[in-house]
Design a protein around this ligand. Structure first.
Ligand code: SAM
Length: 238
């Protein structure tokens, strides 16, 4: 497991961008297959936990193909959502999902968001934090662009607590996912990077501490799929 290449922090943006550009065409299909469709339920929950007010605005950071932002527009037809991501190719797939263009896609870096302070009612990210070079900076940027009282919500893979499930999950994640990624996603290396990128990633409590350190309040998290996935929520101070 330890021989898999993981980029250094300074290499991450280019590495991650190239990788997601390569897998963009099959990204959604792979998500559905790897999670048995559960990813849709998790994205719905993210939107719920954003607690958007009527007609509110949501920033979906590292939107990829836009699935969280589109879910927000489905759940709140009067809301406005914006997707920002490093990788054009992912957003191009997302843009084709709605020819009416209800979701603006903007190229930008989660570590230096191209938006003014207090621009949104909530910000969220799905499966991004493992991929950024500076997790605290990513949360600090989301806190900055969300208005006081708004929510910052993070969906990410997590280390399941010790249980009978953990070895089953590890086997699936480290051995089966790269196989599916090779056959269906045609990118075994990208789907080998995926499980390995979780190894240096902070556990759920540590991630919650990072959110508190950047000034987010009332931080809590919900574990999903026996703790293999977690959704963290924080509030921007009034
Ligand atoms: C696993 S995909 C998640 C996409 C989407 N949020 C979802 O839930 O399916 C990770 C995305 O993060 C983006 N990403 C990684 N680092 C980023 C950064 N520093 N700034 C913006 N986007 C970034 C990648 O381009 C990729 O589209």
């Amino acid at each position: 497991m330890s021989t898999t290449y993981l980029p250094l922090p300074e290499e991450k943006p280019k590495y991650v961008q190239r990788m997601f550009a390569r897998i963009s065409a099959r990204y959604d299909l792979m998500n559905r297959l790897m999670t048995g469709g559960l990813d849709r339920r998790w994205r719905r929950l993210v939107v719920e936990l954003c607690e958007l007010p009527p007609g509110g605005t949501l920033l979906d950071v590292a939107t990829g193909t836009g699935d969280i932002a589109y879910e927000a527009l489905r759940a709140h037809p009067h809301a406005r959502a914006v997707g920002v991501d490093l990788t054009w190719e992912m957003m191009a797939v997302g843009r084709r999902k709605d020819p009416r263009g209800t979701l603006p896609f903007i190229q930008g870096d989660a570590l230096a968001l191209p938006f003014a302070d207090n621009s949104f009612d909530a910000a969220c990210s799905g499966f991004m934090m493992r991929n950024v070079a500076d997790i605290a900076q990513a949360f600090a940027e989301q806190r900055r662009v969300v208005r006081p009282g708004g929510r910052v919500v993070c969906l990410e893979i997590s280390q399941p607590p010790p249980s009978l499930w953990r070895p089953v999950f590890h086997f699936y994640f480290f051995h089966v996912v790269p196989l599916i990624g090779g056959v269906v996603g045609r990118a075994r290396d990208a789907y080998t990077y995926l499980p390995h990128s979780t190894l240096p990633f902070p556990d759920a409590d540590t991630l919650a501490d990072i959110m508190r350190q950047v000034g987010l309040k009332d931080v809590y998290y919900r574990r999903l799929l026996f703790g293999s996935v977690a959704i963290h929520v924080g509030r921007v101070a009034d």
